[in-house]
Design a binder for this molecule. Structure first.
Ligand code: DQQ
Length: 574
C-alpha cells in the first residue's frame, strides 16, 4: 500500500488547515440567451419518464462519479439548476438502495473556489483501499482553463455522503507551458487505479490537433500528480476524447472486478466519447502496468465505426464496480432528439439510461450488456403470446399492456435462410444500411420485429427490427431502430440507428428486448450484444394512445418462439 489511511487523512487535514482568460470552450452547445430559460414549463408532460432517471426539471448530461458506499448507490450527474439548456453546471446528487428508486439531495459539488468557479464538469469516484470515496473532477477556473480538482466526503459516517469538501490547494493537475496541455481540451478524470508498484494512475481526456489522447498522471499520495511523458493510449483523427473510462474485465466470466485488478484472466477496456460526433467507441486490449501503455487487440477499429456500447443516443458513459453484487455497471446519458426551443417549453432535457451490467463476451471480442436485474421488480401486468408463425407481410397487435411504459421481450427463429438477401459488399455501415432499408422497405428475411409507440392508424411508430442477409461466408444479422416515422413533429432528430449483431441465425434464436418509457426506446439485441437507445417524441402515440405490434415486413415467414410484455410500474425518482 502506498500510503496508509491514517497518513492520507493526516495529510489531507493539514492541507485543509493551511491553505490570461480563455474563451469558454465547451463540449456542449452554449447559447447565452437560452442559458436561463424564462418560459414556464408546460403542465402537459407526456414525455417525462416513468422509470428512467431524470430530475423534476432542467438540463442534465453526463453521469458523474457513480459508486456504492456503505450499501447506498450514488448517482451524480451534470445538471443546470437554472434551465433546460446546458450551462451553470453543478454535480446534482441522488441516492438509491436498489438502482431503481432514487432520493434527490442537494448538489454534491458546485462552483465555490477559483479552480471551479466557472463550472464543475465531469469526473469520477475512486474508492480508496480502506473504503473512503474520493472524487476527481474537472473545474473551470477564472481563465476558463480546464483543471482537475479533488473533493472528499465531509462526514464518512453519513452513507448518503451529503456534504463534500474540496481540497483548498486545488487544482491538482493544470495545463501549463511546461506540460504543453491544451487548456480547453483537458477534462473528465477516470476512476484511478493502483498499480502493483503502489502508485495511483488516472486518465484525463485530451487531444493534440486531431489526435485523441488519454493523458496519464501518476501519484503516490493521490494529491501530487505527475504527468507521464506518454499517454496511456492515443488515436489519430478521433478529435477530443471526452469522458474516458478504463477498466478490467474477466475472461470467461460475467462478474465484475475492482478497477485496480490485474492478472492473466483479465483484459482491459478503453472507452472514449468523441466530442466531434457525440458517439462513443471502445476497444478491448492489454494493459502493461510496467510500461503504462494500453494496446488494443489486433483488428480493433479506433473510431465510432468500431465497437460501441450503444449504437443510438448514448454518450459520456461511465462504469463503476458494484462491490455489493460483484458486477460492473454502466451508466450513460441518453441525449436529446428534441430541439432546445422544445426543451425549454417542456422544461427539461436529457435522461439517464437504465443502468446496465456489462461483461466480456465469451468470444473475447466484444462486451455484452443487460439491464440490471433490479429493474424487473417494476414489471406489473404481463401479456404473453403463444409460439406461432408470423407470415410474411403480416403484423399482430399486442393488447393488454401499457404500451408507452413497458418491458417487451421477444425471440424469433427463421428456419429457411436460403432466401436471405445478398449483402452488397459496400454495405459496411449498419447505420447507413438501416436508413436505406427502413422498416417500410420490404425484404425477404425481415424486416421483422416490434413497432413500439405506434399510433392507432400507424401514422407514428418506432420500429425496432432485424434483417438477415447472406454475407460472403456467413449470414449477417442487422439490427435497426428506425425513428423515421416516430413523430409527426419534424423538429426532432429522427436518425435511424443500426448495428451488425454477432449471432448465428442458423443455430441461434434472435432475441430482442425493448424498454419503452414515453420518450425512450432502449433496445437490447441478441441478449445484449448490440444495444440501441432512441429518444422519440410522438404526437399521437402518447400514454393510453400508444400501441404495440409485432411485425414481419419480409416475404418469408418467421416463427415467434416466445413473447412477453409487461406494463411497467412507475419508479420513485423525483
Ligand atoms: N460534458 C461535460 C464535460 C464533458 C462533456 C460538461 C461530455 O466535462 O467532456 O458538461 O458530455
Amino acid at each position: 500500500m502506498a500510503i496508509s489511511s491514517a497518513c492520507f487523512f493526516f495529510f489531507l487535514c493539514s492541507l485543509f488547515l493551511s491553505h490570461g482568460v480563455l474563451e469558454l470552450e465547451a463540449s456542449h452547445h452554449v447559447d447565452q440567451n437560452l442559458q436561463v430559460s424564462s418560459t414556464t414549463p408546460s403542465k402537459y408532460q407526456p414525455y417525462r419518464t416513468s422509470y428512467h432517471f431524470q430530475p423534476p426539471k432542467n438540463w442534465i448530461n453526463d453521469p458523474n462519479g457513480p459508486m456504492v458506499y456503505r450499501g447506498i448507490y450514488h448517482l451524480m450527474y451534470q445538471y443546470n439548476p437554472k434551465g433546460a439548456v446546458w450551462g451553470h453546471i453543478v454535480w446534482a446528487h441522488s441516492t438509491s438502495t436498489d438502482l431503481v428508486n432514487w432520493t434527490p439531495h442537494d448538489p454534491a459539488i458546485y462552483p465555490s473556489q477559483p479552480s471551479d468557479i466557472n463550472g464543475c464538469w465531469s469526473g469520477s469516484t475512486t474508492i480508496m483501499p480502506w473504503g473512503t470515496p474520493v472524487i476527481l473532477y474537472t473545474g473551470i477556473n477564472p481563465q476558463n482553463q480546464q483543471v482537475q480538482n479533488l473533493a472528499m466526503p465531509k462526514n464518512l459516517s453519513d452513507p448518503y455522503l451529503i456534504e463534500w469538501v474540496k481540497l483548498p490547494n486545488n487544482p491538482l493537475m493544470a495545463p501549463s507551458s511546461l506540460n504543453q496541455i491544451n487548456a480547453s481540451s483537458f477534462r473528465d478524470p477516470t476512476t484511478a487505479w493502483l498499480g502493483p508498484d503502489g502508485t495511483w494512475r488516472v486518465l484525463i481526456g485530451s487531444k493534440t490537433d486531431r489526435r485523441g489522447l488519454a493523458i496519464l498522471y501518476r501519484s503516490k499520495d493521490f494529491i501530487t500528480w505527475i504527468k507521464s511523458q506518454q499517454p496511456l493510449h492515443s488515436a489519430k483523427d478521433t478529435g477530443m476524447w471526452e469522458c474516458p473510462d478504463f477498466f478490467p474485465v474477466l475472461i470467461n466470466s460475467k462478474l465484475g472486478v475492482d478497477t485496480s485488478t490485474l492478472g492473466p484472466d483479465v483484459k482491459h477496456v478503453l472507452k472514449v466519447s468523441l466530442d466531434d460526433t457525440k458517439y462513443e467507441y471502445y476497444t478491448i486490449g492489454t494493459y502493461n502496468p510496467d510500461k503504462d501503455i494500453y494496446v488494443p487487440d489486433h483488428g480493433s477499429v479506433e473510431s465510432d465505426l468500431g465497437l460501441r456500447y450503444d449504437y443510438g443516443k448514448f454518450y459520456a458513459s461511465k462504469t463503476f464496480f458494484d462491490s455489493l453484487k460483484n458486477r460492473r455497471i454502466l451508466w450513460g446519458w441518453l441525449n436529446e432528439s428534441s430541439i432546445p426551443a422544445d426543451d425549454i417549453k417542456k422544461g427539461w432535457a436529457g435522461v439517464q439510461a437504465i443502468p446496465r451490467t456489462i461483461w466480456l463476451d465469451k468470444s473475447g471480442k466484444q462486451l455484452v450488456q443487460w439491464p440490471i436485474a433490479e429493474i424487473e421488480k417494476l414489471r406489473g401486468q404481463q401479456v404473453h403470446l403463444p409460439q406461432q408463425v408470423l407470415k410474411g407481410g403480416l403484423s399482430l397487435e399486442v393488447s393488454g399492456v401499457t404500451a408507452a411504459q413497458a418491458d417487451v421481450v421477444i425471440s424469433f427463429k427463421v428456419s429457411d435462410l436460403g432466401k436471405a438477401e445478398v449483402l452488397d459488399p459496400s454495405w459496411t455501415n449498419p447505420q447507413a444500411l438501416c436508413s436505406k432499408k427502413s422498416a417500410s422497405v420490404k425484404g425477404s428475411l425481415g424486416p421483422f420485429g416490434l413497432l413500439v409507440l405506434a399510433s392507432k392508424g400507424l401514422q407514428e411508430y418506432t420500429a425496432v427490427f432485424y434483417r438477415i442477409f447472406k454475407g460472403q461466408n456467413k449470414y449477417v444479422v442487422l439490427m435497426c431502430s428506425d425513428q423515421s416515422r416516430s413523430s409527426l413533429n419534424n423538429n426532432n432528430d429522427k436518425t435511424s440507428y443500426g448495428a451488425f449483431l454477432d449471432v448465428d441465425p442458423v443455430h441461434e434464436e434472435l432475441s430482442l428486448r425493448s424498454l419503452i418509457d414515453h420518450s425512450i426506446v432502449e433496445s437490447f439485441g441478441g441478449g445484449g450484444k448490440a444495444v440501441i437507445a432512441a429518444r422519440v417524441y410522438p404526437t399521437l402515440a402518447i400514454d393510453g394512445k400508444a400501441n404495440l405490434h409485432v411485425f414481419n415486413n419480409g416475404t418469408e415467414n418467421v416463427k415467434i418462439t416466445s413473447m412477453s410484455a409487461w406494463s411497467m410500474k412507475k419508479a420513485q425518482i423525483s
